[in-house]
Each structure stands twice: as C-alpha cells, then as structure tokens.
Design a protein around this ligand. Structure first.
Ligand SMILES: [Mg+2]
Ligand SMILES: [Zn+2]
Length: 181
C-alpha cells in the first residue's frame, strides 16, 4: 500500500473558536460552546480534494483535571463530526503529570495515525494555533503551519498566516504539479 499525505488539524483555535477563560485561550466544555470557524468546512473539503487524508489531533486535559466530563467531550466530538467528516479525531486526554507520549508537543498521536493509516509524514502538514502544535509537527517530521495569534510566538513554522483559508492556499500552492495521464 502506498503512503498518502495527510493534514493534521489541531482542534481548538483552528477548527473551532477558542473559549477565553481567565484571559487564556481554552477549550469548549460542552457542545453548545463549540463554535466552528467560518472557513474550516471549505478548507477541509479543498484539502481532501487535493488528496490529503484529514485528521484532528487535540490535547484535552480538562477531563483529567476534573473540569469537564468525558461524556461532554464525546458529545463535542460527535457534534464536530456532524459538520465535518475526518478520517479520525485523535485526542490526548492526559495531563503533564501522566507523562504520556501523545500530549503535544510530543508526536505520539501523529505517529500512531501515520502507522495505522499509512501516512507519508514528510509530505504531510500539522496546522495549529499554538507553538506546541508546531513543535509536535516538527517532531513527527511534518511540515508545519501556524495561525498568527497573540498567544503564540510564530516561530519555527513553515507557514504563518492569519486565516485558515490562507494556510490552505499556501499548502496547495506548495504541492508539486500532478502529472495528468
Ligand atoms: Mg489550539
Ligand atoms: Zn496523552
């Protein structure tokens, strides 16, 4: 089976708006708090048409921290999947003290998905809004794109842009021209 390129989307701040809590960008804790970004459906669709597998890779430590229930987290992911179809929504439910291999910036979720879905990591992209997303993508051997936000440094990513649509444009422009048979 030949390897396929993929797009790994961070969830909060990329596919849906962050929820501000105590001045920090945070996660929705119920389906009602899930507000999808205006351009995310179209972007996922354009990238799929270009041949990319699409995945969500999200850190969700709030269950572990006792701030939300696992049932609500599952409900949020069902709601997301009603709007956009991804190959898979991968979630790290751990906190730092768990020392897992999947909490970004560690690359465990990407490596696991790549193995199970035959993903060509070197031809794939991690799109995020936090520096840990860039570090995670780089650790997995992917290209990286970072949304320009007040709460990230913007350092190190291959693409920086203010909107998801602009990141999508640049990824598609970077592809080698396909041979048409
Ligand atoms: Mg995020
Ligand atoms: Zn984890």
């Amino acid at each position: 089976m030949s390897l396929r390129p993929a797009i790994f989307f961070d969830r909060d701040g990329v596919l849906n708006d962050v929820v501000w809590r105590d001045g920090k960008p945070a996660s929705p804790r119920s389906p009602d708090e899930l507000l999808l970004a205006d351009d995310c459906r179209e972007v996922v669709s354009r990238l799929k048409s270009a041949g990319f597998l699409t995945f969500v890779v999200t850190n969700q430590p709030d269950v572990r921290r006792g701030l939300m229930t696992a049932t609500d987290l599952e409900a949020i992911h069902r709601r997301l999947a009603e709007h956009i179809t991804f190959e898979e929504i991968a979630c790290c439910p751990h906190d730092d003290r768990d020392c897992c291999g999947c909490r970004k910036p560690r690359p465990g979720m990407l490596l696991d998905l790549a193995r199970r879905w035959s993903v060509d990591l070197a031809a794939s992209w991690m799109i995020g809004d936090q520096d840990r997303d860039t570090a995670c993508g780089q650790a997995a051997g992917c290209h990286t794109a970072l949304l320009s936000r007040s709460y990230n440094s913007g350092a190190g990513a291959d693409i920086n842009a203010a909107e998801l649509t602009l990141i999508c444009d640049q990824i598609l422009e970077s592809l080698p021209l396909r041979q048409t048979a």
